[in-house]
Design a protein around this ligand. Structure first.
Ligand code: PGA
Length: 250
């Protein structure tokens, strides 16, 4: 595992964008596993910037996203499809048909999950999977205690996740109770993993995930078993890991 500490959020975003950009330049038709959330916004902006300058093209790139809320249409402002359009896809030359996000309106969620697993296989697997991490160590919607062997599946969101999401909706009643999410097995099957973390509020969970034991109680800790993980964080998110004696590159 490689760990890079950047000075602040902007530097972290640039460093992480560099890794994605290198992947796309090295293999233009690569399959990128993409993530939503606050942390990756800056790195998506950086990629858009480089695309606009002519340094980068996504014309052959394929993408699969980690997860989607069940019950939200792709046009709902809180859907992850909408997030991806607004933060990345609408501003670069990726072909719409090459971008894949689980269908939040799927009539048969189990069938949608099975088809998504097949899609990932048909694409030849994920070359580089981008991840954020929740305050409880979740990755995608794989919550503490979830089985490490799961592929894409229907998730009952935990109270803590529903509470954390409430700020994005007008009322608590509107917050989705279910989601579709890649499982840990899909994530672990990716050839390379890039995790981004930012802010002091992530410092404890980063330390538990990467300086502590591998445990289902901290889903991200499973990444210690993956052969090619890069963690990029700002100083605030990584300082406790460094203090615990885990080698961190500047
Ligand atoms: P955040 O979310 O980037 O908004 O902190 C990360 C996550 O919950 O996976």
């Amino acid at each position: 595992m490689r760990i890079y500490q950047a000075e602040d959020y902007k530097a972290m975003s640039r460093r992480a964008a560099n890794i994605i950009s290198a992947q796309v330049i090295y293999k233009p038709n690569c399959v990128l596993g993409l993530a939503t959330g606050g942390t990756p916004v800056g790195l998506y902006q950086q990629l858009v910037d480089w695309y606009r300058k002519g340094d980068l093209s996504f014309a052959e790139t394929r993408s699969v996203n980690l997860d989607e809320y069940l019950g939200l249409s792709p046009h709902h402002e809180q859907s992850y499809r909408y997030f991806m359009q607004v933060n990345l896809f609408d501003h670069i030359d990726i072909k719409p048909e090459n971008t894949h996000v689980l269908d939040g309106l799927a009539k048969n969620p189990e069938a949608e999950c099975a088809a998504y697993n097949q899609l990932i296989r048909d694409l030849g697997g994920i070359d580089l999977q981008l991840l954020g991490m929740g305050h409880n160590g979740h990755i995608a919607f794989n919550e503490p205690g979830d089985d490490f062997g799961l592929e894409t599946h229907l998730v009952n969101l935990t109270e803590s996740t529903i509470n954390a999401n409430q700020r994005f909706f007008e009322s608590r009643d509107e917050v989705p109770r279910h989601a579709l999410s890649m499982g840990i097995k899909n994530i672990m099957n990716a050839r390379r993993i890039l995790m981004v973390v930012s802010g002091e509020e992530k410092a404890d969970i980063v330390c538990r995930a990467f300086a502590g034991p591998v445990t289902k109680e901290v889903p991200a800790s499973v990444l210690q078993l993956h052969p090619d993980v890069t963690l990029v964080g700002d100083r605030a998110a990584l300082h406790k890991l460094a203090e615990a004696g885990v080698p961190v590159c500047g």
